[in-house]
Ligand binder design. Structure first.
Ligand code: PHE
Length: 340
């Protein structure tokens, strides 16, 4: 019987030695020490032994049992430590790694154009003025010498808030605000949102953007206006770009002109985009400030003269980036905006 016990012990100890997984260790424990385990079954046969042999074998069996149990628990600790080590090694967190959770965006192409224009005029000595989008009828029309029957005043063209207040239809009321607030010499630009009762199509939106310019001083002439706009056009669109001033009418300037610029596609050579004229039409409106407008702002037209201009920022942005649909500027679709 002792031999049988020794055999079980040796088998158990050698298989415990070579075990690498906790599950296998448990299996050995069950096979040897479990209710139906080898050692347990042997001990059940103790009854067959003589009275003298029984305590000796019994004690021996208990020693063997204790030894196997010890080996199993040693092995268990060893395996658990190994497992822990592997865990520590593989589950290490590198807290210095950047996770790039925030994607940096950039300015909208419209704002970019607006700032580019402002910066350019600032370098030419203009200051930047901000005006409100909600304006008085007085500033938007009356003080700008617009007659009561002017079509732009009609409720089908303009968003009125009440009889005296509206969403400004152009940035020109900032001319008035500036002349009422400061004395000449004045040299300012002002960019921002403007509103007209337009149906949305590829080139129209009821909300769009303009930049306004105003210069008032002694002895300002049409030559100053033409030169300023020429410098601006060449700076902004390229040295080879020419301007053409066509007579026009605005109530707040006299004389008034509309300005065409060399075709952005062919730079004047003539192409399909410009109908072989070499010109891009109506980039901006301008003129010498009407004496009535100066007078409305308390500036004596006998002493001072001035020029003003206004242009659409949306159109310029579209030309600059080859965008053919104004809606794209307002959709806020990241797939479109990421390109710029
Ligand atoms: N306010 C005019 C428009 O919106 C443009 C303009 C500005 C014309 C200044 C002349 C002088 O069409």
């Amino acid at each position: 019987m002792k031999d049988k016990i020794n055999l079980i012990k040796e088998n158990a100890l050698s298989s415990i030695k070579s075990i690498e997984k906790l599950e296998d260790l448990e299996q050995v424990r069950v096979k040897v020490l479990g209710k139906k385990g080898d050692l347990t079954l042997i001990l059940r046969e103790m009854g067959k032994l003589s009275k003298e042999e029984r305590p000796i074998i019994g004690q021996y069996a208990n020693e063997v049992r204790a030894e196997i149990e010890n080996r199993i628990s040693d092995k268990k600790i060893e395996l658990e430590e190994k497992l822990n080590e592997i865990k520590i090694r593989t589950e290490k967190i590198d807290i210095t790694r950047s996770i790039n959770r925030f994607e940096m965006g950039h300015r909208h192409p419209l704002n970019e154009t607006m700032e580019e224009l402002e910066n350019l005029f600032q370098r030419m000595g203009f200051s930047i003025i901000e005006g409100p989008e909600i304006e008085t009828v007085e500033n938007n029309f009356n003080k700008l010498n617009s007659p009561m029957n002017h079509p732009s005043r009609s409720t089908s063209d303009t968003f009125y808030i009440d009889e005296d207040t509206l969403l400004r239809t152009h940035t020109s009321p900032v001319q008035i605000r500036t002349m009422l607030a400061q004395k000449p010499p004045i040299r300012m630009v002002s960019a921002g949102r403007t509103f007209r009762y337009d149906e949305v199509d590829d080139t129209h939106s009821p909300m769009f953007h303009q930049i306004e310019g105003l210069v008032v001083d002694k002895g300002v002439t049409m030559a100053n206006l033409i030169d300023t706009l020429n410098v601006f056009i060449k700076e902004f669109f390229g040295e080879d770009m020419e301007t053409r001033f066509r007579p026009h009418h605005f109530p707040f300037t006299e004389p008034s002109a509309e300005v065409d610029v060399s075709c952005f596609n062919c730079h004047g050579k003539g192409c399909e985009a410009c109908n072989y004229t070499g010109w891009s039409m109506e980039l901006l409106g301008c003129g010498m400030v009407h004496p009535n407008v100066l007078r409305n702002c308390g500036i004596d037209p006998k002493i001072y003269s001035g020029f003003a201009f206004g242009m659409g920022i949306d159109r310029i942005t579209m030309i600059k980036h080859g965008i053919n649909n104004i809606r794209l500027l307002y959709d806020n679709d990241k797939r479109f905006l990421q390109q710029f």
